[in-house]
Ligand binder design. Structure first.
Ligand SMILES: Nc1nc2c(c(=O)[nH]1)N[C@H]1C(S)=C(S)[C@@H](COP(=O)(O)OP(=O)(O)OC[C@H]3O[C@@H](n4cnc5c(=O)[nH]c(N)nc54)[C@H](O)[C@@H]3O)O[C@H]1N2
Ligand SMILES: Nc1nc2c(c(=O)[nH]1)N[C@H]1C(S)=C(S)[C@@H](COP(=O)(O)OP(=O)(O)OC[C@H]3O[C@@H](n4cnc5c(=O)[nH]c(N)nc54)[C@H](O)[C@@H]3O)O[C@H]1N2
Ligand code: SF4
Ligand SMILES: [Mo]
Length: 718
């Protein structure tokens, strides 16, 4: 029996874990008490990863669909050989742009998987790259591209030093924080209050987080109007930080003009926030010694995600809180993801447009909301083969019915997953991926998001079960068979030209050693007398290394990529969005309520409903509804109800609760399973994304964000 230290890669805190291994098998997972940041914290999902790891329903060998529709086990050689041949045939006839890839949320938690698949797609010269990002975070990248000229330059709220946090559309007491890596975020939030500060949570639901602090009830999708009204008051009352504006920004007067039509009294109905409360909040933000605005998925999945993300930073900047202790800070890391992506050409925004819908690319990806029509729309560039890795788009993308149907028209569908998912059930091949416990890793995309600067490395805890393989290995093997050189990434491409195939591990070592904190291959010791980072050094520290107490501030000018080195507060794209917001049509008649999402402590998107430890206690998929709304529509607690939108209808249990504000219904996504996961299938529930619009025209303009929050619905007893 051995105890192996690693870190969790289910969600963003990346908590330290201790796995007990017996005969090459993980038998128990506990929190790592010696992890300097999570300090013995892990949530039920991290602990339940043992059950995913050992799940009898896991796919452990490549599966191929037989003519009778059933899956059969095949060898890797046969599977990869046939897939490569079919992809090459498509390439020959229709070009590389007939092949697409969708990567889901878990892909981001592997350092090697996204690098290799980007290289694969670049080698194919295919624009058909899709991800969970358009259902999650791409609006944030678009906002940063507009504000700073750098899509992945995303500031984090400096929770450890702030006095006032305005948090919109996030529930970190359950989600454990997103776009911020802070494993003990509950303590960080409570410490704000303990030192006399405030945490204000704007949410249509009185969430776990709202209950713990101050709740500001809002209407779904009212955030942009609310933030504009805060700017309106700040400018109107002369509360802006003039020095900060003069030093950091351009477009201040134009922004002021944009906010003019949005007095708190004008937007009350839309934001749900009474005008006096909005005025008070604006003054508090402006007057607080150190304040910051932070928003997450609740502000991303409405109709104005990019505008909202933009305004979140705009309010922070105008009140003098950008790039300042206790405000929003730009994380530094042993090497900077924004720089690495820029140098390798991956940090793009609106470099190209999608064939369907004309949406801008974000980091080389198009909105997953156009995927169905990309498959069904004839003409050059039609999507004919799709690979899906670490994703379950049939349950996660808007308008799932259309996507589910479109998948039938593909010449080839391959999924790379731990399970036969609700998407994989349609696949021609299902290829078994390793779990995070079976692979080495490095928290590449999260380095700059750590509230406390930190770096770590992990080796695999156990060898892969069955014939599972890491994604990068699968991609490399496939590329080799297809005669492609994988290399989107600068150093990778160079290495390929020189005829070497670098491993992900050697890439990270090179980046670490040449980075600002690197050992410069020994040169640092000669020059400074002190050692620096290398993979070898990291491997000696199983609990990782804390690099500093706080991020440095005053780095903004160096990191902005706009030529004038200023934050652009009123780009034309944003001005146009404000006009669209002002002119937004009323929702159709007959749908009086608004649907929003919900995350539950013991679910993780669509993929942990097969772990018995998480499903205990007769969990049911339920729609939360306010008592007044329930009475008005004849809905009874615990009884089945039918929810109908202009696009579809689902049935599930009702949960009547006054934590919902009137007029809003909350339903978690990722339920209603029909895959190869028996416990999940038996849990019942419905795919809530059947209610979202499948129409590409309904995606948000600047980032192609899915419209999943604020969907017009009606509800009745089923
Ligand atoms: N209505 C509504 N819809 C939403 C959201 C919402 O709030 N409301 N949220 C959106 C958000 S934020 C997200 S991130 C998406 C998620 O959407 P997706 O990423 O499409 O789906 P997941 O449910 O996360 O599925 C992940 C899949 O990866 C598999 N998996 C787990 N670990 C690994 C691994 O290491 N390798 C491989 N190859 N596979 C692995 C799991 O078995 C699972 O099948 O959903 C989005 N959809
Ligand atoms: N337990 C658990 N943890 C998770 C996940 C999970 O599935 N389960 N998923 C992970 C993933 S992929 C992500 S991206 C993160 C997301 O992390 P968060 O964004 O913190 O997670 P949510 O709980 O979805 O919080 C969104 C909140 O927005 C509110 N909301 C909905 N519409 C609006 C609106 O229009 N305006 C405002 N102001 N609020 C609104 C919802 O009521 C909800 O409370 O969580 C991660 N962590
Ligand atoms: S909060 Fe839970 S699921 Fe997320 S990283 Fe920590 S242990 Fe893993
Ligand atoms: Mo997400």
């Amino acid at each position: 029996m051995a105890s192996v230290t690693t870190y969790c890669r289910i969600c963003e805190p990346l908590c330290g874990l201790e796995a007990t291994v017996e005969d090459g098998r993980v038998v128990r997972i506990r929190p790592d008490r010696e992890h300097p940041l999570s300090k013995g914290f892990a949530c039920p999902k991290g602990i339940a990863m043992t059950e995913v790891q050992n799940d009898p329903d896991r796919v452990l060998h490549p599966l191929r669909r037989r003519p009778d529709g059933e899956f059969e086990r095949v060898g890797w050689d046969e599977a990869l050989g046939d897939i490569a041949a079919r992809l090459n045939a498509l390439r020959k006839e229709h070009g590389g742009s007939s092949i697409g890839w969708y990567f889901g949320n878990p892909a981001t938690f592997s350092y090697s998987h996204p690098l290799w698949l980007n290289g694969f797609m670049a080698a194919l010269k295919s624009p058909h790259l899709y991800s969970a990002g358009s259902q999650d975070v791409n609006n944030r990248f678009a906002a940063s591209a507009l504000l700073y000229g750098a899509p992945v330059l995303v500031p984090i709220p400096d929770l450890k030093r702030t006095d006032l946090l305005l948090m919109l559309g996030a529930n970190p007491l359950v989600s454990h924080g997103s776009l911020i890596t802070a494993p003990r975020i509950r303590e960080d939030l409570s410490a704000i209050v303990v030192r006399g500060g405030r945490v204000v949570v704007a949410d249509p639901r009185r969430t776990e987080t709202a209950r713990a602090y101050e709740h500001l009830p809002v209407r779904p999708d009212g955030d942009a109007a609310l933030l504009l009204s805060l700017l309106n008051v700040i400018f109107e009352e002369g509360l802006e930080d003039r020095a900060a504006c003069a030093r950091q920004a351009s477009g201040v007067q134009e922004l002021r003009a944009l906010a003019e039509g949005f007095a708190p009294e004008d937007v009350e109905a839309r934001s749900g926030v009474p005008a006096p409360a909005a005025r008070e909040l604006a003054r508090d933000l402006a007057r607080a010694e150190r304040a910051v605005v932070y928003g997450r998925t609740g502000t991303c999945l409405g109709r104005h995600g990019t505008l909202t993300a933009f305004l979140i930073d705009a309010v922070t900047q105008v009140t003098g809180n950008l790039d300042r202790p206790g405000g929003a800070v730009f994380g530094a890391a042993p090497f900077r993801l924004d720089e690495v992506l820029r140098l390798s050409g991956l940090a793009s925004y609106a470099r190209t447009r999608s064939r369907v819908g004309g949406y801008p690319d974000i980091l080389g990806t198009f909105p997953a909301g156009v995927m169905a029509e990309e498959i069904t729309t004839p003409g050059p560039g039609r999507l004919r083969a799709l690979l899906v890795s670490g994703g379950n788009p049939v349950l996660s993308v808007p308008g799932s019915a259309a996507l589910d149907k479109a998948l039938d028209e593909l010449d080839l569908l391959v999924t790379i997953d731990l399970y036969v998912t609700d998407t994989g059930r349609k696949a021609d091949y299902v290829l078994p991926a390793t779990t995070f416990l079976e692979r080495e890793d490095f928290p590449l995309p999260f380095l700059q998001n750590h509230l406390t600067p930190y770096v770590t490395w992990t080796e695999p805890v156990v060898a892969p079960r069955g014939e599972a393989r890491q994604e990068w290995e699968i991609i490399e093997a496939l590329a080799r068979r297809m005669g492609l050189g994988v290399g989107a990434f600068g150093p990778q491409r160079l290495a390929h030209r020189l005829g070497v195939r670098p491993s992900p591990r050697s890439l990270v070592d090179g980046l670490l050693r040449t980075g600002p904190a690197g050992d410069w291959y020994g040169l640092r010791r000669i020059l400074t007398g002190r050692g620096g980072l290398s993979l070898k050094r990291l491997r000696k520290e199983p609990h990782g290394i804390v690099l500093a107490d706080h991020h440095r501030t005053g780095t903004l000018r160096r990191r902005i990529l706009h030529k004038d080195k200023r934050v652009h507060l009123a780009p034309p794209e944003i001005a146009a969005e404000v006009r669209r917001l002002a002119a937004e049509p009323e929702p159709p008649d007959g749908f009086p309520l608004r649907l929003i999402g919900l995350r539950e402590m013991r679910s993780h998107n669509s993929w942990m409903h097969n772990a018995p430890a998480l499903m205990r206690g007769g969990r049911v998929h339920a729609a939360r509804i306010n008592p007044q709304d329930a009475a008005a529509h004849g809905i009874k607690d615990g009884e089945p109800c039918r929810i109908t939108s202009p696009h579809g209808s689902v049935e599930l249990a009702a949960l009547v609760t006054d934590e919902m504000t009137e007029g809003t219904v909350a339903v978690p996504h990722g339920w209603g399973h029909r895959g190869g996961w028996r416990t999940a299938n038996a849990a019942g529930g419905a795919n809530v994304n059947l209610l979202a619009s499948p129409d590409p025209a309904d995606l948000e303009r600047l980032a192609g964000m899915a419209w999943l929050n604020g969907v017009p619905i009606r509800i009745e007893p089923a």
